[in-house]
Design a protein around this ligand. Structure first.
Ligand code: AMP
Ligand code: MG
Length: 409
């Protein structure tokens, strides 16, 4: 049977389709104060209208002086602390007490560090010769007026927000973060803490999806577990599609008797693709439902992890116009890996850095998509790519970290 939409597509094709769709539905921009902009994607170019530093100032606590006076004792003519300017003009043989960040007085070209001076009443004896420019922060040496300091698409971290603040911005134009409705599906699922009947399992994907989303700065709204019933599923998903930018589900996307999502999306919405030649995560379903994007992740926990990290994030990043690349590292395998199938495989592994700065990744042999413990004990996906292959210990691989690196090795 042929499907009216792409099916069993290559991983790279899935990436392209997701990026294209995301690019066609950019999230609107909004202005938010700096205090709420962490992790947001900048929706404007930031051009400096101030210089940084804004004026020549001292890098140390000490005495502003004229280097041309050499080692000669100086006459202390006053003091100028950060935040004030006294309009001082230093003449030959004079110096001014100064603190870090205070404006340099006219006539001075160097700062003698406090510890390198002996002060006797109004006379300062240099214990070291100050060189011209020493301990002086020059106006505009960091940023000049007109410099483009941050560009559209940048993900804002603390240091970038701090730079915006130093330039006087109190709010920034950023993309609105997509709202996400999270559904887990399956008659077998029970909430942790409830008793289990025979054949039932605990819903472990809900907290996984919530954690993955929260780690990316989203505020996921988790809905009750959906039973494997077409009407229940249809009612809940239709409802969510009215109010959320993304409806994210897991389970029910394969070809089993109880996998209703592909048929539902095909009849009520639009399927961009179903099934990607990747492992884990093959039955991934992507499309539109009402006004929302729809991403149906497979039910196996490790499939959720791999598909969210590689393709779910791509969608969310694209919707926000994120230009900052995701960190993709290269590490050497600590052991041999063999792959006998054609699909693009993401294997779990432990990424660590040795004392010589070399990254290593230890593949976990438990490669089943239900092997949650292997994922929990790992911190990276090892990208084996397409095609069968054999990689010997020491081979350099692409890895995608999903948790903090192990220290030492
Ligand atoms: P499905 O795609 O619905 O057939 O699910 C594939 C496998 O993942 C089955 O073994 C399910 O029991 C399991 N599974 C589905 N959803 C979850 C969930 N929320 N938590 C844990 N396991 C799940
Ligand atoms: Mg199911």
């Amino acid at each position: 049977m042929t499907t009216p939409f792409p099916s069993r597509i290559r991983f790279s094709e899935a990436q392209q389709i997701i990026a294209r769709v995301a690019g066609a539905f950019p999230m609107p921009a909004e202005r938010v104060p700096l205090s709420r902009a962490l992790g947001r994607v900048l929706a404007e170019d930031l051009v400096a209208t101030l210089a940084l530093p804004g004026f020549d100032n001292s890098a140390m606590d000490g005495f502003a002086l004229r280097s041309a006076d050499g080692d000669a004792p100086r006459q202390l003519v006053g003091e100028q602390f950060a935040g004030r300017t006294g309009g001082f003009v230093l003449g030959p043989g004079q110096c001014l007490r100064i603190t870090t960040g205070a404006a340099m007085p006219a006539g001075a070209d160097a700062v003698l560090v406090k510890e390198n001076a002996r002060v006797d009443a109004d006379t300062v004896f240099p214990l070291q010769t100050a060189r011209s420019g020493q301990h002086v922060r020059r106006m505009a040496e960091d940023v000049a007026v007109g410099d483009e300091v941050l560009i559209t698409g940048t993900v804002l971290d603390g240091s970038k927000l701090s730079l915006a603040a130093a330039l006087g911005h109190h709010d920034l134009a950023v993309r609105r973060k997509p709202t996400v409705a999270v559904f887990t599906t399956g008659d077998e699922l029970r909430a942790p803490g409830q008793p289990l009947a025979p054949g039932e399992i605990y819903d472990s994907n809900r907290v996984l999806l919530q954690a993955l989303l929260i780690a990316e700065g989203y505020e996921p709204v988790a809905w009750p577990v959906l039973a494997d019933d077409p009407d229940t599923i249809a009612a809940a998903l239709r409802d969510a599609a009215f109010s959320f930018d993304l409806v994210l589900t897991c389970g029910g996307v394969s070809a089993g008797e109880k996998d209703f999502l592909p048929g539902f999306l095909a009849s009520e919405g639009q399927v961009h693709f179903w099934k990607v030649l990747m492992r884990p995560g093959m039955p991934l379903l992507f499309g539109r439902l009402g006004d929302a994007h729809f991403l149906g992740l497979p039910g196996n926990p490790v499939s959720v992890l791999a598909t969210f990290l590689t393709l779910g994030r791509l969608l969310l990043d694209g919707l926000q116009g994120r230009a900052t690349p995701r960190s993709r590292l290269r590490a050497r395998l600590t052991g041999d890996v063999v792959k006998s199938h054609e699909r693009f495989e993401f294997l779990r592994g432990v990424l660590s850095c040795d004392h010589d700065g070399q990254l290593w990744v230890e593949p976990n042999p438990a490669d089943g998509s239900h092997r949650l413990r292997a994922a929990a004990q790992s911190n990276a996906l090892i990208m084996l790519g397409e095609g069968a292959g054999r990689w010997s210990s020491g081979t350099v691989m692409d890895v995608l970290p999903y948790a903090g690196l192990e220290a030492g090795r």
